[in-house]
Design a protein around this ligand. Sequence first.
Ligand SMILES: Nc1ncnc2c1ncn2[C@@H]1O[C@H](COP(=O)(O)OP(=O)(O)O)[C@@H](O)[C@H]1O
Ligand SMILES: [Mg+2]
Length: 169
Amino acid sequence: MTRLARYTCSMTPSLPHTGSCFLADEAATLDFGERLALQIASPAVIYLRGQLGAGKTTFSRGFLRGRGHMGSVKSPTYTLVEPYEEVLGGPVFHLDLYRLGGGQELAYLGLDDYLATRGVLLIEWPERAEGELPAPTIDLTLLPQAAGRTLKLMSVEASALAALPHDAA
Ligand SMILES: Nc1ncnc2c1ncn2[C@@H]1O[C@H](COP(=O)(O)OP(=O)(O)O)[C@@H](O)[C@H]1O
Ligand SMILES: [Mg+2]
């Protein structure tokens, strides 16, 4: 499987599991998202951190592809949430909280209904509502590095990460 060669990750065996991957290009970010989508079960909460253009939406595209979504994936920058209710493994809600004024706006905007879901939540800019969100199953941070991205991840669930390609920690 040549696509595995696009990136490697290293993981720690202790809790919380932390890992680091180098994603050389956009295709690697898509691949990573797709693979992760095949590993984790609902309900799950994935925090996506990193500056504008870091690759959070790209990851989400890969994730939704992994869940069988064939259509386009729009960035929820203005809508704040895009629902994907008909995908494999149960609904996925993609949120982008960049424009949120604070955690108290979640209820006002009706987003707390989404947060109570038994589906998967992909949450860009979770820091905009820190303390008001469900705890993450996986906490991801994307950082520009050379022409690619370094991805840092933290999870309390080994199963979510165990099947990702990685070097022995
Ligand atoms: N691993 C990577 N290496 C280089 N470029 C990447 C990588 N992953 C994504 N990109 C590019 O970076 C940009 C990320 O945009 P986007 O995913 O919308 O970022 P964000 O949602 O974090 O603001 C896109 O142009 C995408 O092609
Ligand atoms: Mg985005």
